[in-house]
Write a protein that binds this ligand. Structure first.
Ligand SMILES: [Zn+2]
Length: 461
């Protein structure tokens, strides 16, 4: 096996290294990762043999294109096939530290992601080392607003690891509703009270949930003056939504109105962060993850600026390992040094589009992501959901219908809904039907980890 000295698996000031240096390190790490997968990864060892590939064929990230990409479909079909066989790994590398689960929304049951000792230390090291990109300080008091669910949610577990690495303090809101005989969950109002009681400085959670916490804090007259920063992950937050956050934070008299937009997934097990509004998401862990954009039809790698499926490859992991794994989002990459901060770590385009956001309605392709952005901009709206459904649910050939479920906020007048309908019609060429509902009926933060802004309830034909 290719030996890599342990002191050469990362570099000082990793995010500002010259691109050739990073490429050289990534190639060396990948060679090792591929060798390990060939020997002890059920899925990739079978795939490589089927494709007639041996480790010598994949000597660099450029060679990686020889390996066919995979997606959630293959992972969810057999999550354990993506776990390295721990008994084949040396020392503590394969010792199981913990298991976290993907949320598993539309694709079915949550799927396990195995984290070994090696992975746990790598993760913590990355966050300790890249603290300045994230903007967390060692004197912060952060409240995790990720729900306490009946299974170990990746974001819930990893928030603690990240804060432990930074040396800051953490509180757990423990909101949500777990299917457990031991009642532990707190209400949103209790989480709001915790922020005041402990003078939390950072709120971290899914964008749609944190937004509801800010709305509720205003209604309760809670003291949020200690809060200086909001971090959001787990749901794409548009620039309009982030502007809404800052407005609400200012109204609450927060110490500052910093909003940090993070992009990640349980499978990726890393994070990508905007250094400033619209900069694109910097990879925080180029020494652990390789990113590429793939043409889904051919499996080919696309050049910078071209839009396609984002795929991640683990470079140094020992539990669940992915190579060329398409996470399900569409975006483009930029390897040029960042014009805002000068960091050289690769950037993902600022608004990755969930693949489900573009859909065919009444025969025409409609980007509902644009519509989402428009609705995020509406300050008079507490919640909304865009539903595509059949006009007649029992008729398989029924016409499609666009339904808008709206919960207008306080102070919205009767003209508000008319204005929204006019905007939606202009953006989609479809006239929506509107349902006005209480906000908890659209997104109930007590029972859902994140809001479903776009719902396609048509039966597959
Ligand atoms: Zn930057």
């Amino acid at each position: 096996m290719t030996a890599i000295p342990t002191n050469a698996i990362t570099l000082p000031d990793m995010l500002r290294q010259p691109p050739e240096t990073v490429r050289h390190l990534q190639d060396a790490l990948l060679r090792r990762m591929v060798e390990i997968c060939y020997d002890s990864h059920p899925y990739y060892s079978a795939l490589m043999r089927r494709e007639g590939l041996e480790p010598r064929h994949i000597q660099s990230c450029a060679d990686l294109v020889r390996l066919p990409p995979c997606s959630k479909k293959e992972f969810l079909a057999d999550p354990d096939a993506f776990r390295l066989r721990p008994e084949l790994l040396p020392g503590n590398e394969g010792l199981l530290w913990k298991v976290v689960y993907t949320t598993g929304t539309t694709s079915g049951r949550p799927a396990p992601v195995y984290v070994t000792s090696h992975d746990h230390f790598a993760y913590m090291f990355g966050f300790k080392d890249r603290q300045d990109l994230i903007g967390l300080r060692d004197d912060d008091r952060l409240i995790s607003l990720f729900p306490l669910t009946g299974f170990p949610l990746g974001a819930y577990a990893r928030a603690a690891d990240e804060i432990a690495a930074v040396g800051a303090a953490i509180l757990f809101g423990n909101t949500g509703r777990a299917d457990s005989p031991f009642p532990l969950n707190r209400s949103m109002d209790e989480a709001v009270a915790m922020v005041s009681r402990h003078k939390a400085t950072v709120l971290w959670g899914v964008a749609g949930f944190v937004r509801r916490v800010l709305i509720r804090a205003d209604e309760l007259g809670a003291d949020f003056r200690s809060v200086r920063m909001v971090m959001t992950t787990g749901e794409a937050s548009s620039p309009a939504m982030r502007a809404d956050f800052r407005r609400r934070m200012a109204d609450l008299g927060c110490a500052d109105t910093v909003v940090v937009n993070r992009y990640g997934s349980t499978e990726q097990g890393g994070t990508m962060i905007e250094c400033c509004e619209g900069s694109g998401f910097h990879s925080a862990l180029p020494d652990q993850l390789f990113h590429e954009i793939i043409d889904e039809a051919t499996g080919n790698r696309l050049a910078d600026g071209q839009s396609g499926m984002l795929a991640v490859t683990h470079l140094n992991r020992r539990g669940t390992v992915f190579l060329r794994y398409m996470v399900g989002d569409v975006g483009s990459l930029d390897h040029a040094p960042c014009p805002h901060c000068g960091r050289t770590s690769v950037r993902l385009s600022s608004t990755p589009v969930r693949t489900g956001d573009i859909m065919k309605i009444k025969g025409a392709l409609v980007n509902l992501g644009n519509l989402k952005e428009e609705l995020d901009r509406r300050s008079g709206l507490d919640e909304y959901q865009i539903v595509v459904q059949s006009q007649d649910a029992d008729d398989p050939f029924s016409m499609d219908e666009l339904l808008l479920r709206l919960a207008p906020g306080k102070g919205s007048d009767s003209g508000f809904v008319d204005a929204v309908v006019a905007d939606v019609t202009r953006l989609t060429n479809l006239r929506p039907r509107v349902e006005i509902l209480p906000r908890d009926q659209i997104f109930d933060p007590a029972s859902q980890a994140k809001p479903r802004r776009i719902l396609d309830s048509r039966k597959p034909r």
